[in-house]
Design a protein around this ligand. Structure first.
Ligand code: UT7
Length: 440
């Protein structure tokens, strides 16, 4: 794993904004090498990142052929010019997530076997169950990882980071893989111009690692308001409205949105949540070097981050023009592109902030310490990595085969198997508690 840089300014606050126990302002956090693990300071740093989007691009002009819209309206009302769409049925939330996760592990130079937990945030899971995170675990060969899905819509990736940080600070995990993956094109109504122009597909992943180096994810803010649940909803397919011919014929399996209500809510919470995490981390808005907001609508970003928080546009990373709104994947994809564009350096104070269905919102403040140069990957490392992916696939097939063998073997408890055999005393039927038996 790349070495996380010690902060140059050593007056580092702890995760709740106070100085680490025993540390004086201006003195690096001291610790005894003999201190029990639980007594040592722990921090949660992002040490790997990656994203993947499908190859097929749909431009605003393409959409003009499908619905009553035009490039000018979409650009001026949203800032979006094109979006990537999973046109190939083999491209699913899992395949996009696995590609992004592999890149994140490569950047971190950490093998999948070291991951303790996989959190996949998605609104387009592969199935209602099993969890998409479990399928990712299998594909990565992350044999030592727990895995679960997280449902917080577009805020989900930051919710996932908060969970990762919690597990790391509690001492329960060393490495947590957090993924935001979406194939929204599969749940969008391509005849509804108010929604189909907005969304795109993609996945982004980060590896969060435990470290004693001060910094990393310093503060988080998670919020929800279920009274606005109907503002952005996929009505059918759950237990409230199970899928039926009627739900399908009335299009209840597609996204329904009150765009104006979501817009008003978003501009309010983006600013307030950012303020909260900055205050908790002990930072001012002037100290922020980079904001990576949820990429839903350029007007929401302008209204909240630029106008209300007065953070200048050059400190706010925006790439929604190319991808549209990829929901929970938007922040990690934007993070990767911000790094590629040289907008992030060790020592920077970074904010992620998002909002979405639920209604939910989430923000976190990060003291970024990880070097951002792409690590050298020699042929040997690449070959070894490819071999572990092949081994993971072989292992998965083997486990499926073993399960299949158990299925075709005769069931020892099947009726008729023991016909004619005398029962052992232990197998003899228990007599009921009839009045006669009670008297016995
Ligand atoms: O991750 C969270 C996901 N959701 C969001 O972030 C959505 C937040 N909301 C928004 O981004 C905006 O509300 C939208 C982009 C969805 C809509 O923009 P708006 O400025 O609120 O437009 P509007 O709904 O007020 O519609 C204005 C007009 C309407 O026509 P009339 O009634 O004024 O004649 C719409 O019918 O624009 C019309 N319109 C369109 N015209 C061309 C709506 N969609 C389109 C379209 N093309 N695609």
């Amino acid at each position: 794993m790349a070495e996380i840089k010690q902060p140059s300014a050593t007056n580092q606050p702890t995760t709740n904004g106070a100085h680490p126990p025993g540390s004086e302002p201006g003195v690096a956090a001291e610790r005894s090498p003999d201190a029990p693990l639980t007594h040592r300071p722990r921090y949660a740093h992002i040490v790997g990142w990656g994203y993947h989007v499908p190859g097929k691009v749909i431009t605003n002009h393409d959409l003009e052929q499908i619905v009553d819209t035009n490039d000018e309206w979409i650009r001026s009302r949203t800032g979006i010019a094109e979006r990537h769409v999973a046109a190939d049925p083999k491209e699913t939330s899992v395949s996009l997530a696995v590609a992004a996760a592999r890149k994140a592990l490569e950047v971190a130079d950490v093998p999948a076997s070291k991951i303790d937990l996989i959190i996949c945030s998605t609104t387009t899971p592969e199935h209602i169950f099993p969890a998409t995170a479990c399928l990712i675990q299998d594909a990565l060969g992350a044999n030592n990882a727990g895995a679960f899905d997280l449902s917080a819509a577009c805020s989900g990736f930051v919710y996932g980071l908060a969970m990762a940080r919690g597990h790391i600070l509690a001492g329960d995990a060393e490495y947590v893989l957090v993924i935001g993956a979406e194939t929204l094109s599969r749940i969008v109504d391509w005849t509804d111009r108010e929604t189909c122009i907005l969304f795109g597909d993609g996945a982004g992943a980060v590896l969060v690692a435990a470290s004693e180096v001060p910094g990393g994810i310093m503060s988080v803010d998670l919020g929800s308001d279920g009274s606005g649940g109907n503002n952005l909803i996929l009505p059918a397919g759950g237990s409230a409205m199970p899928t039926s011919l009627e739900t399908v014929s009335s299009g209840m399996h597609y996204v329904k949105m009150d765009g104006k209500a979501v817009f008003r809510f978003a501009t309010r919470v983006m600013a307030s949540s950012t303020r909260k995490v900055l205050e908790r981390a002990g930072y001012t808005t002037d100290e922020v070097d980079l904001v990576v907001p949820h990429q839903a609508n350029i007007r929401i970003i302008q209204n909240s981050v630029l106008n209300q928080l007065k953070i200048p546009a050059e400190k706010v990373f925006v790439n929604l023009e190319k991808y549209g709104n990829t929901s929970t994947a938007s922040i990690p994809i934007a993070l990767c592109e911000a790094i590629e564009a040289g907008k992030l350096k060790p020592g920077y104070k970074v904010v992620f902030v998002g909002f979405g269905a639920g209604l939910t919102w989430a923000a976190c403040a990060i003291d970024w310490r990880t070097p951002v140069e792409k690590p050298e990957t020699g042929w040997w490392k690449n070959t070894r990595r490819q071999a572990t992916y092949s081994a993971a696939a072989a292992r998965s097939m083997w486990r499926r085969a073993v399960r299949w063998v158990y299925e075709v073997l005769p069931d020892p408890e099947a009726p008729g198997r023991d016909e004619g055999r005398e029962k052992t005393p232990a197998e003899a039927p228990v007599k009921e508690n009839t009045p006669e038996r009670v008297r016995e």
